[in-house]
Design a protein around this ligand. Structure first.
Ligand code: ATP
Ligand code: MG
Ligand code: MG
Length: 538
């Protein structure tokens, strides 16, 4: 199904949640509106949606808008659209910022309970102390002092701005996430896109998330297992605030080879102009891979197939593209494109061939796709790549037509191209040639159904040169110099009717998605077709 519902192929996986009662389950997908959704986010969103539907429960999409310096309404809108595109319908849309008052009250409560303190230690010292398990000089301040300082943070005073609120847990805990993590920070760098300048302090994700999960009635919080170290902290916050508990269900983070799945790094590519935007076909964003020809169905199947796997692998792209190919192959109409470079004229000599337009199936195995118009005539084109392999006297098959004998090949004087190939019909219908070539008529009928359409075929390479970027690798050092490749081609006239987003197959070339359709008002503008990877390792 394209929208909502359960995936078609559920046989290969069966995943469940602990203590999940039918009709009671509430999951949530908490994107930060600081970029466009990528395929990793799609995994998180699809899994949350899967469980909400499986148990007839509810899915909350919560904008985790706790960092005003990175967030924009533009991103929020795009995330909403992309979720719909993925077939995910939120039962409720919420914002962490809607809970700022409540979270603030809970911060006061936790301070009054002596379980948090306001620290003005500089960041570097704090980091070192956390590493070495040393308690901060502020750790045993009185509750009154902490409340006074927290008020300064709230007012954004000069002193307040140097502080953060920290949980008082255990500076000796083996799990460093438990060494008095920060709960609130000041941020006056930019107004919040929803609360404006009301707040100068913002809760840290690790504080806000368990609170809002609990307040919103979430029963099962899905988290990537890279956060496993932070699960005890999540539980600590709930316990310290005496809030209703939430089950945590870990899943593995999705990673692909040669692929960046970090909004910060993707933003860099956009800002540097190395891609055309967040929907660039080289981008692993939902929009990017859609533009490259990935179907939502393939994406859903792929992600749900991995289900509960805990392995954090760098996945190859081949499998998901191969899955995609299985989905598009039965429904992709077949068309012809010949590379324009040195395109080779052919003339059929001997028996006369009348120029005629015939209806041919768009897909031999799928009559539902209807017919296309193919012009037959004695004047043809072959791609030079094909034509140059021919020799005088050789037999050749022209696809969807028949067999021919090469009579004469006339090369240019400098042997750089072929001026003309003369062929004649070979009536031997049993003959199965090894050379089967695509061709186009070059008859000048003046009728639109016979005029080839000029297209640019795009293909892309990975944006980065390293399989897996490590944390300290600088993206700049691993940018692939050239990642876009273009070929000019001549296509059959039926390409006029292909719309933007349509997926077709160009015979003997592969699958393509139309990125810019033919425009009758601007017939000189090339159609843009983007090659869809098919999972074949090249
Ligand atoms: P990024 O590093 O791209 O900014 P993020 O985790 O900071 O990712 P969020 O908007 O906070 O981005 O993510 C929303 C949800 O998507 C979170 O629950 C997060 O765990 C999940 N998520 C993000 N990246 C991946 C990934 N590569 N695989 C699976 N889930 C992911
Ligand atoms: Mg995040
Ligand atoms: Mg991140």
């Amino acid at each position: 199904p394209a929208a909502g519902g359960k995936p078609k192929d559920q046989g290969s996986f069966e995943i469940g949640l602990k203590d999940a009662a039918d009709g009671q389950v509430v999951t949530r997908f908490p994107p930060e509106p600081s970029g466009y959704l990528h395929i990793g986010h799609a995994k998180a969103a699809l899994l949350n949606d899967y469980f909400a539907r499986k148990y007839n429960g509810k899915l909350i999409v919560r904008f985790d808008d706790t960092n005003p310096s990175k967030e924009k309404s533009e991103y929020e809108e795009s995330i909403k659209e992309d979720l719909l595109l993925l077939g995910i319908k939120a039962d409720e849309i919420t914002y962490t910022s809607d809970s700022f008052d409540r979270i603030y009250e809970l911060a006061l409560q936790i301070i009054k309970d002596g379980k948090a303190y306001v620290d003005n230690t500089d960041l570097e010292t704090m980091r070192a102390e956390r590493f070495d398990g040393i308690e901060s000089k502020c750790r045993n301040q009185s509750v009154e002092e902490n409340l006074r300082r927290f008020e300064e943070m709230k007012n954004g005073t000069e002193f307040g701005l140097t502080c953060c609120l920290r949980a008082k847990i255990d500076m000796k805990d083996k799990n460093k996430a438990m060494r008095d993590p920060a709960l609130y920070r000041c941020n006056i760098s930019a107004p919040h896109h929803r609360t404006g300048t009301k707040w100068k302090i913002y809760p840290i994700y690790d504080f806000a998330c368990p609170i809002v999960d609990s307040l919103e009635g979430v029963t099962h919080a899905l988290r990537t297992n890279e956060y496993r170290d932070r699960n005890p902290q999540y539980q600590w916050v709930l316990d310290a605030l005496r809030l209703r508990t939430v089950h945590i269900w870990d899943f593995s983070r999705l990673n692909f080879v040669y692929t960046l799945l970090s909004k910060r790094k993707l933003t860099w590519f956009v800002d540097e102009g190395l891609v055309s935007g967040w929907d660039d076909p080289r981008f692993p964003t939902v929009r990017g891979i859609r533009r490259r020809g990935m179907t939502i169905e393939a994406l859903r199947q792929y992600i749900l197939m991995q289900g509960a796997s805990q392995k954090n692998l760098e996945l190859e792209w081949d499998k998901v593209w191969a899955l995609n190919k299985k989905i598009i192959d039965p429904v992709a109409p077949r068309h012809t494109a010949l590379d324009s470079d040195k395109i080779t004229p052919v003339k059929i000599v001997g028996d006369a061939v009348a120029t005629e337009v015939k209806e041919m199936p768009k897909h031999k195995k799928n009559p539902d796709l209807g017919n296309k118009l193919t012009t037959f005539s004695s004047e043809l084109y072959l791609a030079f790549e094909d034509a140059k392999t021919l020799a005088d006297g050789e037999k050749v098959t022209f696809m969807d037509w028949g067999n021919f004998d090469v009579v004469k090949i006339q090369w240019s004087a400098d042997k750089s191209h072929i001026v003309l190939i003369e062929v004649k019909i070979n009536p031997d219908t049993d003959y199965k040639g090894t050379k089967k070539f695509t061709w186009l008529s070059r008859a000048e009928t003046g009728k639109p159904e016979s005029i080839p359409v000029a297209a640019t075929l795009f293909d892309y390479d990975y944006l980065i040169t390293k399989k897996k970027l490590e944390e300290d690798d600088k993206v700049q050092d691993f940018v692939t110099p050239v990642t876009e490749f273009k070929i000019e081609a001549m296509c059959d006239a039926n390409i006029r009717d292909v719309k933007q987003g349509d997926i077709i197959q160009l015979e003997r070339k592969g699958y393509y998605i139309c990125d810019r359709a033919f425009d009758a008002a601007n017939p000189k503008e090339n159609v843009h077709l983007i090659f869809i990877p098919d999972g074949k390792v090249s």
